[in-house]
Structure formats: structure tokens, C-alpha cells
Design a binder for this molecule. Structure first.
Ligand code: SF4
Length: 73
């Protein structure tokens, strides 16, 4: 198990994460930012537990985020 983490308030709404992992990310029609689906929020940080088989692609998604607000731990 790993954690996929997003500092959502700094999202610029580019859509890269949704393109790469649509099972985890959805662009919000309300504010244009990416929503980490089924995540839990604490102090504006969103966290989702992900399966080991999805860690590699999640790391690539984190790298591809232009403002580097996605992390895998
Ligand atoms: S890749 Fe980063 S900046 Fe772009 S929509 Fe996703 S979280 Fe927001």
C-alpha cells in the first residue's frame, strides 16, 4: 500500500493527472481543479491509499504535474 497525495489548493487545472490516471483523478466542473477521487482531506491535503501495482504510474503522474503538488509515499 502507498499513499497518493495532492495539495489541491495549488492545482492549476492543467488536466494532466486526469489524462494519465482517469481512475484516480477528475477535473472539477465547479472550480476547474483536479479532484482525487475517493480521497480523504485534512488541512487541504487529499490522501488516497493505492494498490502497489499502481505506484509506478502514480509516480509518473506526480512527476508530470507541472506544479509538483502530487506525491506518492
Ligand atoms: S497535474 Fe497537477 S496541476 Fe495539473 S490538474 Fe493535476 S494536480 Fe492539477
Amino acid at each position: 500500500m502507498a499513499k497518493l497525495i495532492q495539495h489541491r489548493n495549488k492545482c492549476i487545472g492543467c488536466g494532466v493527472c486526469e489524462n494519465m490516471q482517469p481512475e484516480y483523478w477528475r477535473m472539477s466542473k465547479k472550480d476547474g481543479k483536479a479532484t482525487l477521487l475517493n480521497s480523504q482531506q485534512k488541512n487541504n491535503v487529499y490522501v488516497l491509499h493505492i494498490a502497489d501495482k499502481n505506484i509506478s504510474l502514480s509516480r509518473l503522474t506526480a512527476k508530470a504535474c507541472p506544479v509538483r503538488i502530487i506525491a506518492v509515499q
